[in-house]
Design a protein. Structure first.
Length: 255
């Protein structure tokens, strides 16, 4: 068993690699977002891919210090089929949301391009930018599961035999990373993280959570591209024009 100093340094390294940069980025978007902000999809994808690879490498290295390979963080390659299971299970909820919500609320399926998260998702236009975007989503989903459900929840929960506190902490941190998307979306991410945490605890693995996370992120991105191609996106609301003022002079006819 590692000593307390080593464990704390290990935890700090993971937080600095996989959590704190995303929190700072979220705060930046929250306070400096505006319609004129250049999202630079290529740069954003490169940063996210690099960060995701770093987090994946660090958490995997920590897990591989044990004789059980990646099992200490809930990754069991013999249970790879659970990734498909996670996609299948969450696809049911996804279809219910897409069709049931629209049927009940009768809401037009339009996307507000002024939202910073939507603007960022739709900023990738060229094939290379879209492939980079998809790659960043895949690596980001897997790395977030490694960090939040694998390391913070599964590994530390088993180390301390305190599953619930680490489930709550990992879910709160996960939701905090999406602060820039607004309060309503924060509630969604908190619920989503809680479901993934419960799935991890009940299944004893993060494979289902990886599949669910991949499905939700890729579904949303592809859906936005389809809506955008159909012209279903709406531009940021413009202020109404000011009324024209006419100045009546002595020579101008009365109205």
């Amino acid at each position: 068993m590692k000593d307390a100093i080593t464990l704390n340094l290990e935890l700090l390294a993971v937080l600095c690699t996989g959590v704190i940069p995303s929190l700072l980025a979220s705060l930046f978007w929250k306070h400096f977002r505006n319609d004129n902000l250049d999202t630079k999809p290529g740069l954003i994808a490169t940063i996210r891919i690099t960060q995701s690879l770093g987090a994946l490498a660090l958490v995997s290295y920590i897990a591989l210090q044990n004789q059980d390979g990646l099992k200490p963080i809930g990754v069991d390659l013999t249970r790879g089929g659970e990734i498909i299971g996670g996609i299948f299970v969450f696809s049911f909820f996804g279809l219910f949301y897409i069709f049931g919500y629209r049927l009940i609320m009768r809401k037009k399926q339009e996307v507000d391009y002024s939202r910073p998260d939507i603007k960022q998702m739709l900023s990738a236009r060229t094939p290379v930018q879209r492939l980079s975007r998809l790659l960043s989503l895949i690596l980001g989903s897997v790395s977030e599961e490694f960090v939040f459900r694998g390391y913070l929840l599964f590994l530390w929960g088993n180390r301390t035999n305190e599953i619930i506190p680490f489930a709550v902490a990992s879910s709160l941190l996960f939701a905090a990373m999406h602060l820039y998307q607004g309060r309503k979306v924060i509630v969604y991410h908190l619920l989503f993280a809680s479901v993934l945490a419960a799935t991890t605890v009940l299944s004893g693995s993060i494979m289902l959570a990886i599949g669910a996370h991949l499905y939700c992120n890729l579904l949303l991105q592809i859906k936005l591209w389809i809506l955008d191609a159909r012209g279903k996106t709406i531009s940021p609301a413009q202020p109404p024009p000011l009324p024209r003022m006419t100045i009546q002079t002595e020579n101008s006819p009365a109205r």
